[in-house]
Write a protein that binds this ligand. Structure first.
Ligand SMILES: [Zn+2]
Length: 365
């Protein structure tokens, strides 16, 4: 994790302040990739970009902290979060969100604490590494105000795998760095320099962002008051006030990674090999309906980086059974699992990067 550099202007203080509390995420270490992968920048970029995304068609279960927990979510605040899930879903995406009563059943565990005053979230599949008794997504202020409704959407944007838009290297933002440090050190944020650096000043790697354009209207953009942004100059004078709703680019982003899913899937039979021709980031799904109960091996073949996930179709809901991610490794993704006759399974393959051959085969043995 990089240390914040010394301010360019020698540390003069300023009178700037922000009136809005900001999302505060923990710094994340860049994934360690072997030299063979980093030697191919396009491959490395595809892996960094793809690793945090869920396989499309996943049902993300969410639950709220309750009772005497310090993260207990009041009813009105929980409703605002439910609303935010519904808004993301209404874009028409292939991910599903399902509320469950127990935290232990949920990938997304939502907490609330006015005392902490922090809103933050894990990003995409990274949340699977957070311990089961901890929130993956926490809110620290009222979510029923217009600003709070934006925060509710913003943290779920992180859950879907989105990064902060003002850290987009293509934003071309130059900061009044000391003014930013000073403003964030004051209430309501009271951030130390490292937190300010990692959430505002530090640029993402071009590999971590989609495309090459900045979207100042994104729900992942913070609101900034005048005097914090040096360039573009219009924001120095007027500040930057995103609308706090899902922008056209936000919707395009989420539809690209999670397009609507087709529920009539082609059948993949045991001992059959299927060529799957995918571009970077694309996904293909197959149904498996075994006639014999036994252990099967499902694997991808080819010099490619793939995420392979097996679900059981239980009354129309895909229930996660197993997954394997071979990205950045010189091997193939492989799942061995005992499948039962009479049941129906779904195999999903997300391609990170096509590799030199450009062809992937999927087989079940
Ligand atoms: Zn954030």
């Amino acid at each position: 994790m990089a240390k914040p550099p010394a301010p360019a202007d020698g540390g003069r203080s300023s009178g700037h302040q922000t009136t809005k509390p900001y999302c505060r995420n923990l710094p994340r270490s860049a994934p360690a990739l072997p030299p063979a992968v980093t030697a191919d920048p396009a491959r490395a970029a595809a892996i960094v970009l793809g690793r945090s995304k869920w396989v499309n068609g996943t049902v993300l279960h969410y639950a709220f902290f309750s009772g005497s927990s310090r993260y207990s979510v009041p009813h009105g605040q929980a409703d605002a979060v439910r609303d935010a899930f519904a808004k993301w879903k209404a874009i028409g995406i292939g991910l599903e969100f399902k509320e469950v009563p127990l935290l232990a059943q949920a990938e997304v565990r939502v907490g609330y604490s006015l005392v902490d005053g922090t809103s933050a979230s894990g990003v995409g599949r990274d949340i699977l590494n957070i311990s089961l008794n901890e929130p993956t997504t926490v809110y620290g202020w009222d979510l029923t105000s217009p600003y709070g409704r934006g925060t509710a959407l913003h943290e779920l944007g992180h859950v879907l795998g989105m990064e902060h838009e003002h850290q987009n290297p293509y934003a071309g933002i130059k900061w009044h760095e000391q003014a930013v440090y000073d403003a964030l050190a004051k209430p309501p944020n009271r951030w130390d320099r490292s937190t300010t650096y990692h959430n505002i000043l530090e640029k993402l790697s071009p590999q971590q962002v989609q495309g090459s354009r900045w979207d100042p209207d994104s729900i992942m953009e913070y609101e900034f008051e005048p005097g914090l942004i040096d360039e573009p100059q219009e924001y120095d004078v007027n500040g930057l006030t995103p609308p706090g709703t899902l922008s056209a680019d936000d919707m395009a982003w989420v539809r690209k990674w999670y397009p609507p899913v087709d529920h009539t899937l082609p059948l993949l039979a045991p001992f059959e090999s299927r060529a799957v021709d995918l571009a970077a980031g694309e996904q293909v799904d197959f149904a498996v309906a075994p006639a014999v109960s036994q252990k099967y091996t499902i694997e991808t073949k080819g010099a490619t980086d793939t995420l392979l996930v097996l679900f059981e179709d239980v009354n129309g809901e895909p229930v996660y059974l197993s997954g394997d991610d071979d990205s950045g490794e010189e091997r193939n993704a492989m799942i061995t699992y005992r499948l039962l006759a009479g049941r129906r399974y779904i195999v999903r393959v997300r391609l990170y990067y096509p590799g030199r051959s450009g062809k992937t085969h999927l087989m079940i043995l």
